[in-house]
Design a protein around this ligand. Structure first.
Ligand code: ZN
Length: 484
C-alpha cells in the first residue's frame, strides 16, 4: 500500500494539438505550417481581425468526441463555446475561444500503473479551444530587444484534457502522461513528434502546503523533474502564489458560435474507435502467448505493436508458414527494441509509409526466416541487425528492399558472405574440428587428463577457422565425439 507520506496531490492539464486535422479549428487555414515561414498560414479569422467570424471545424469536434470516448468520458448532449478574456499579443483579439460550462466530454478515466498497482485517474473534462500564436525572442526573453509573433499556430485546434488531482507522485504523473500519449497515438488524432504537440500544466499541492501551478512543461521527463522540484520547494517555503480563478477570465458564451448538439454523434464515432492500448496488450498475451512485459512494451508504442504484427503477417505470406510469435517477440522486443533504444533511434512512423522505418519489415522477416531454417546463427543475426542499424541510410551496406523477403534474404546472405560470416556447413566444421585437434596436442592432452576447460580453447580454434560462422554449441558436440 502506497502511503503517500507528503500527501502529494497532482492534477494535470494537458493541451493536445489536434495537428492531424487538415485545417484549423475556426478557419480554413492549413495546419501543416511547421516547415513554412512565419505568418504564412493565416487569415482574418485566426489573426483575430475585427469583423471576422469563426466557423467550427466539424472534424475537430469529431476528434474531441473520439478522444472523450476513448477516455471513457460522458459526451454531453450540448456543447457550447465561450470567450475567455485575457490580453496577450499572441491572441490579438483579446480573448480565446474556449469552453467553460458544457465541455464536449467529462467524467472519464484512465487506468495507469500506480505506485501500488492499478490506479484509476479520473478525467474531469476534455474541451476544445484555439491555440494562440507563438512569441519568439532573440536569445533569452529578458535580453531580447524585441518580440516576434508567429500566428501560424494561432487557431490550431487544441484539446485540453483535465484530470482530477488523483496522482500522488511525479512518477505517477509521468505514467499518466505516457498512457495518455499512447492512447492519443492509437486514435491517430495527433503527431506527437511535432513541436508543441503536447503541453502540460500541473497543479500540485502537498499536505499543509498551498496549491501551486507549474506551467508549460513540454516533455514527460520534464514533468517528472518539475514536479519533484516543486515538492521539494514546497517543503521549504510555502508558495504564496494564487492561481487565477475562473471569474478572472470573465467567461461568456461566444455569440458567433451556436451551441452544438453532439450527443447524437457519439454512437457513430464509437464504432470507428480502434483497438486501444489496454485491449491490444491483453490480446497480444492471449493470442501470441508472449509475456505481460513484452506485450506492455510492444503495445506501449503504436509503431512497435504494428511492426511486430506486420512482421508476423509478412512472414506468413512469404514463407507460407506461421512464425512462432514468442520467437518473434524475443527478437523484436527484447533484442531489436533494446538495440534501437541504446542508439537513441526510433522506428519513426507515418501511417502507411513504410519508407520511414529504419529497419524494414522485410529485413527482420528475412533474418528471422534464416534463423528459423538454421541457415545463420544467433551471432550472425546480431551482426546483421547491428550492421543495418549502424549503416547510414543509402550507405553501401544499407539498401531499402521493397519487394519481398526473399530479396531481403539474398541481401542479408550477401552481407554475411562479404564479411565472411556465412554459417558454415557441417563438413567444413568437421574438417576444422579435425584440424584443431591435430594442431593443439597440448589442449587435447589437457582435456583427456580431466581439464574440462581445455575444451574451450579447442572450440575457440574451430570458431576462428570458421570465422565465427559455426554454431558454438554444435562445435562442442562435434569435438566431444571426436575426442571420444
Ligand atoms: Zn486562418
Amino acid at each position: 500500500m502506497y502511503e503517500n507520506p507528503d500527501g502529494v496531490m497532482i492534477g494535470l492539464e494537458v493541451h493536445v494539438q489536434l495537428n492531424k486535422l487538415k485545417t484549423k479549428i475556426f478557419c480554413g487555414c492549413a495546419t501543416d505550417y511547421h516547415k513554412d515561414p512565419p505568418n504564412s498560414h493565416v487569415c482574418p479569422v485566426c489573426l483575430g481581425l475585427p469583423g471576422s467570424l469563426p466557423v467550427i471545424n466539424k472534424k475537430a469536434v469529431e476528434a474531441a468526441i473520439k478522444v472523450g470516448l476513448a477516455l471513457n468520458c460522458r459526451i454531453e448532449e450540448y456543447t457550447q463555446f465561450y470567450r475567455k478574456n485575457y490580453y496577450y499579443p499572441d491572441l490579438p483579439k483579446g480573448f480565446q475561444i474556449s469552453q467553460y460550462d458544457f465541455p464536449i466530454a467529462s467524467k472519464g478515466q484512465i487506468i495507469i500503473e500506480g505506485e501500488d498497482g492499478e490506479l484509476i485517474v479520473r478525467i474531469t473534462r476534455a474541451h476544445l479551444e484555439e491555440d494562440p500564436g507563438r512569441l519568439v525572442h532573440e536569445g533569452t526573453i529578458d535580453r531580447s530587444k524585441y518580440t516576434l509573433i508567429d500566428y501560424n499556430r494561432s487557431g490550431m485546434a487544441l484539446l485540453e484534457i483535465v484530470s482530477d488531482p488523483d496522482l500522488r507522485s511525479p512518477k505517477e504523473a509521468r505514467r499518466y502522461l505516457d498512457k495518455l500519449r499512447n492512447i492519443l497515438e492509437y486514435l491517430d488524432v495527433f503527431d506527437g513528434d511535432l513541436e508543441g504537440a503536447l503541453r502540460v500544466d500541473a497543479n500540485i499541492s502537498i499536505m499543509g502546503g498551498q496549491r501551486a501551478e507549474i506551467k508549460n512543461i513540454s516533455s514527460h521527463k520534464g514533468a517528472e523533474r518539475a514536479l519533484l522540484f516543486e515538492i521539494v520547494r514546497q517543503k521549504i517555503t510555502l508558495s504564496m502564489r494564487t492561481k487565477e480563478e475562473a471569474h478572472d477570465y470573465r467567461y461568456f458564451p461566444e455569440p458567433d458560435l451556436m451551441p452544438l448538439k453532439v450527443s447524437g454523434w457519439a454512437p457513430e464515432i464509437k464504432e470507428t474507435l480502434p483497438e486501444l492500448p489496454d485491449a491490444r496488450r491483453m490480446r497480444f498475451i492471449k493470442q501470441y502467448g508472449i509475456t505481460d512485459d513484452q506485450a506492455k512494451s510492444l503495445t506501449g508504442e503504436l509503431v512497435w505493436a504494428d511492426y511486430y504484427e506486420q512482421v508476423l503477417k509478412i512472414y506468413e505470406n512469404e514463407y507460407g508458414e506461421k512464425l512462432d510469435p514468442k520467437f518473434a517477440a524475443a527478437w523484436i522486443n527484447d533484442y531489436l527494441k533494446g538495440e534501437m533504444n541504446y542508439r537513441g533511434s526510433t522506428l519513426t512512423y507515418a501511417v502507411g509509409k513504410v519508407s520511414h522505418h529504419l529497419i524494414w519489415h522485410e529485413y527482420t522477416v528475412a533474418i528471422l526466416g534464416l534463423l528459423k531454417h538454421e541457415k545463420i546463427t544467433d551471432d550472425n543475426a546480431v551482426i546483421i541487425f547491428r550492421n543495418l542499424l549502424d549503416s547510414p541510410r543509402g550507405g553501401s551496406d544499407w539498401r531499402p528492399v521493397k519487394k519481398a523477403a526473399d530479396s531481403a534474404e539474398n541481401y542479408v546472405m550477401r552481407i554475411l558472405e562479404e564479411k565472411g560470416l556465412l554459417k558454415v556447413e557441417g563438413d567444413i566444421v568437421e574438417t576444422a574440428a579435425f584440424e584443431a585437434i591435430n594442431e593443439n596436442p597440448q589442449a587435447v592432452a589437457d582435456y583427456k587428463a580431466g581439464k574440462e576447460k581445455a575444451l574451450n580453447s579447442l572450440v575457440g580454434a574451430v570458431m576462428k577457422k570458421t570465422k565465427g560462422g559455426a554454431d558454438a554449441r554444435k562445435v562442442r558436440e562435434i569435438l566431444l565425439v571426436k575426442l571420444g
